[in-house]
Design a protein around this ligand. Structure first.
Ligand code: IPE
Ligand code: IPE
Ligand code: MG
Length: 243
């Protein structure tokens, strides 16, 4: 994929952006509405940001859509989120095709309701040969769970004789994570002001630039995305070296 030169006010475009989409509930509460209406509005932000990233030449966009811990929420809210996910996949697949976006998913996907898994599988298959941006949905995802699954997979490789224990390093381990096909995120955005990772990409964000905005996710759109990328352009990434 050829990378477009950054829009003139943006110094550099991150190759991989990851987003903790937070604040749907607060957005709804501010309006005296049900939390689910915040999630519905949040889905519109997803549409905007996918389009915005794709237009700017971002290669990978990972969206934290449902965490391992989110299963603890009230049953009705979980059910509404799963329905919304299905609706999103159905409605957005044609747009992803138009925009040459390839859909992928990470997490313990087998824990999702079967109807969601089927819809997800369908959308992943349909978009599989698209060559533009890769959109990765983190679903029933937890960073610790991913690391545990990675360790189990490593042990299995060693036990089967496919891997020599002495060869295990960060790169080898990375090949046993859900994210093995993608580079680490360059920029991590969190909406709604919380300064925490909430179990997101624990291994992968070791040198990622963080950007936290007070904006609630349903109020986050293309302009806010540009603002985050602008801030990223002014960071000095040293990776432990000297400038
Ligand atoms: C993010 O918004 C959406 C998900 C976690 C699925 P929240 O639902 O966490 O909204 P707040 O944090 O309660 O405002
Ligand atoms: C993180 O948000 C998970 C997603 C955005 C999917 P949460 O709202 O679940 O995180 P906490 O509870 O504020 O840490
Ligand atoms: Mg939240």
């Amino acid at each position: 994929m050829s990378r477009p030169t950054p829009a003139d006010d943006l110094k550099s475009i991150p190759r991989h952006i990851a987003i903790i989409m937070d604040g749907n509930g607060r957005w709804a509460k501010e309006r005296g509405q049900m939390r689910t209406s915040g999630h519905r509005k949040g889905a519109e932000s997803v549409r905007q940001v996918v389009e915005g990233c794709s237009e700017l030449g971002v290669e990978y966009l990972t969206l934290y859509a449902f965490s391992s811990e989110n299963w603890k929420r009230p049953k009705v809210e979980v059910a509404a989120l799963m329905k919304l996910l299905q609706k999103f996949l159905r409605d957005e697949t044609p747009t992803m095709m138009q925009n040459n976006v390839r859909l992928q998913a990470i997490g313990r996907l087998h824990d999702l309701p079967e109807a969601c898994q089927a819809e997800l599988h369908q959308a992943v298959q349909t978009t599989a040969t698209n060559t533009g941006m890769t959109l990765i949905l983190a679903l029933s995802y937890g960073g610790r769970e991913e690391i545990i699954d990675g360790i189990k997979s490593l042990i299995e490789s060693v036990e089967k004789g496919h891997l020599d224990k002495a060869m295990i390093d960060g790169d080898v381990f990375g090949k046993h994570l859900y994210t093995r096909y993608y580079p680490d995120p360059d920029l991590l955005i969190r909406t709604s002001g919380e300064m925490r990772l909430s179990n997101f990409l624990l291994w992968q964000v070791s040198y990622t630039e963080f950007y936290v905005t007070q904006k609630l996710w349903p109020d986050f759109g293309k302009e806010e995305l540009r603002e985050a990328i602008r801030a990223y352009g002014n960071r000095h990434r040293r990776f432990g070296g000297v400038a």
